[in-house]
Structure formats: structure tokens, C-alpha cells
Design a protein around this ligand. Structure first.
Ligand code: NAP
Length: 275
């Protein structure tokens, strides 16, 4: 299942999504994002996670076009920002993202945050894009169980993915179980705790396998069945983060990492991020 960087999770509509991709938040639109995406594609990555609000879709698009890897082999995710929620606005925002990326469609389109009260209208727009064959998969981000339940009441189309903050300090057990039951693929943002990797358990386990704390965490994600998108602008780290398919954490090691959970966030709480 997870033998190489090109190994994929299968979403509930049959679309295949790489278990590991590059996140590009906080990368500049110009040289920085272009060179990071290029380094990732050269290292074998086949999945890139951007968003309209990252303001680097143009650079991501340039890197895709300049790469020798065919577009059809690269899984591209983007997200509709909070200001663009609502039926008409979401449809227009998708076209604007495609224009910036310079591609005909994306592999995965996400509602970036549930916000307050517009996400069901935005979801109707996503259903239309999906029904019209304009996007390969649709999903949500930062949705808690209550948001997913609200969608279920108005739509038969279950999101294919829910991208949320997920790492050893925020194990999201209830949400992960709910997503599994409902065939929603969980995807981890800030998997590396935004660089806060200094934990004894991660170091000790890593030493046993000849792996870094970052590699241990990314392997833990994948063994929990969670897609992961570490960010780095550093070519050596981009390669390091991808080198997690040649070892396996034991059940005891998984449990030790599970024990680090403190329900601690590095990013915003969806229940409080309400604009
Ligand atoms: N949906 C959402 O609301 C949402 C929110 C946040 C993030 N995301 C997505 O998730 C992606 C990842 O999250 P993130 O960017 O917040 O943080 P992250 O991937 O958890 O951590 C990135 C930080 O860790 C450092 N780093 C990377 N590899 C390392 C390694 N092997 N050893 C030590 N340090 C390492 C990076 O430094 P350098 O870059 O300097 O190497 C950077 O400072 C984002 O880029 C974005 O695509 C989505």
C-alpha cells in the first residue's frame, strides 16, 4: 500500500491521491515556490497543496509547466478562501484559481474553512463543478464532526477529503474515527508541528530506525491512514521528508507517539475562525 512516494490513497470516488505531498503555505509566489515545487517533483513528489490565500498559485503553475513530469501525473489541490464562500462566488473563485495556476482543472478542490454559515452554499457550487466534470475530487478543510454532519443533512455527496491540523500533539481521534466511518480521507496539515519537532520520543524512535523526528512523524501519519503534506523550502528537507517509505513503526512505537497527544494546536481553531 505505502511502498513509495508515488503510493496513493484511494478516495471514495476512486480517485487516487498520493499519501505524501508538498505543502506550499508561506512560500513566496516567485522563485521560492517555483524552486521548492521543482525540487519536490525532482525528488519524486507527485502532489502539491496550495490555496488561493497562499497567493502563490501563479508560481505553482509555472513550476508545473516547467517540469518534465506530465500534468496528468501530478495531484494538484487548491482551496476556496473564506471571502469566496457562497454559490456564485465559489464558482467564480475556482475559475480564478485555474487562471492563476494555468491548468484546466484541479485534482482536489477544498473549502478552506467552514466559517460561519455559508459552507452549505459553497458545497452546492462544488457539487455542480463535480457533476460537470470540472474537478476530479471535492472536499473540505478544518471541518469538525458537526460541520460534516451539517453537510450530510443537505447533500448526498460525501466530501472525499477533510484536511485538518493533525500531528502527534493534536491526534484528532474522534474526527479521524468519524472520517473513517464515513469514507472521508483525513489529510494532515502542519504535520511537522510547524517545525516544533523537539520531542524525546520522536528522537528515540527515530534513532532506532536511522530516521529523523520529521520522518517518524510523517510515517506515523501514513500508518494511521492519514495523507500528509509537509512543507519545506529546503531541498535537503524536501528529500528527507519524502524518505519515509522504507521503514515501519511497530505497534508499540505508534502507541508511544499517540501518547504525545495534548490536543494542542499551532494553527487556528475552526470553532473560533468564523469570518
Ligand atoms: N487547510 C489549512 O487550513 C492549512 C493550514 C496550514 C497549513 N496547511 C497546509 O499544510 C502544509 C504544511 O503545514 P505547515 O506549512 O503549516 O507546516 P509543517 O509542514 O508542519 O512545518 C513546516 C516547517 O517545518 C520546517 N521543516 C520542514 N521539514 C523539516 C525537517 N525535515 N526537519 C525540521 N524542520 C523541517 C520548515 O522549514 P523550511 O521550510 O525552512 O525548511 C517549516 O518551518 C502547508 O504548507 C499547507 O499546504 C493547510
Amino acid at each position: 500500500m505505502t511502498h513509495s512516494l508515488q503510493s496513493c490513497a484511494t478516495l471514495h470516488n476512486g480517485v487516487r491521491m498520493p499519501w505524501l505531498g508538498l505543502g506550499v503555505w508561506k512560500m513566496d509566489n516567485d522563485e521560492q515556490v517555483v524552486s521548492a515545487v521543482r525540487a519536490a517533483l525532482d525528488a519524486g513528489y507527485r502532489s502539491i497543496d496550495t490555496a488561493a490565500i497562499y497567493k502563490n498559485e501563479i508560481g505553482v503553475g509555472r513550476a508545473l509547466r516547467e517540469s518534465r513530469v506530465p500534468r496528468s501525473e501530478i495531484f494538484v489541490t487548491t482551496k476556496i478562501w473564506n471571502d469566496d464562500q457562497g454559490y456564485d462566488r465559489a464558482l467564480a473563485a475556482y475559475d480564478e484559481s485555474l487562471e492563476r495556476l494555468g491548468i484546466d482543472d484541479v485534482d482536489l478542490l477544498l473549502i478552506h474553512w467552514p466559517g460561519k454559515d455559508k459552507f452549505t452554499d459553497t458545497w452546492r457550487a462544488f457539487e455542480k463543478l463535480y457533476a460537470d466534470g470540472r474537478v476530479k475530487a471535492i472536499g473540505v478543510s478544518n471541518f469538525n464532526v458537526r460541520h460534516l454532519e451539517a453537510l450530510k443533512r443537505v447533500s448526498d455527496l460525501v466530501p472525499m477529503v477533510n484536511q485538518v491540523e493533525y500531528h502527534p500533539l493534536l491526534a484528532q481521534r474522534e474526527l479521524l474515527a468519524y472520517c473513517r466511518e464515513n469514507r472521508i480521507q483525513l489529510e494532515a496539515w502542519s504535520p511537522l508541528m510547524q517545525g516544533n519537532l523537539d520531542h524525546e520520543a520522536l528522537r528515540t524512535i527515530g534513532a532506532k530506525h536511522g530516521k529523523s523526528p520529521a520522518q517518524v512523524v510523517l510515517r506515523w501519519d501514513i500508518q494511521h491512514g492519514v495523507v500528509t503534506i509537509p512543507k519545506s523550502v529546503t531541498p535537503a528537507r524536501i528529500a528527507e521528508n519524502a524518505n519515509v517509505f522504507d521503514f515501519e513503526l511497530s505497534e508499540d512505537e505508534m502507541a508511544l507517539i499517540d501518547d504525545l497527544n495534548r490536543d494542542q494546536r499551532f494553527g487556528s481553531d475552526p470553532e473560533k475562525f468564523l469570518f
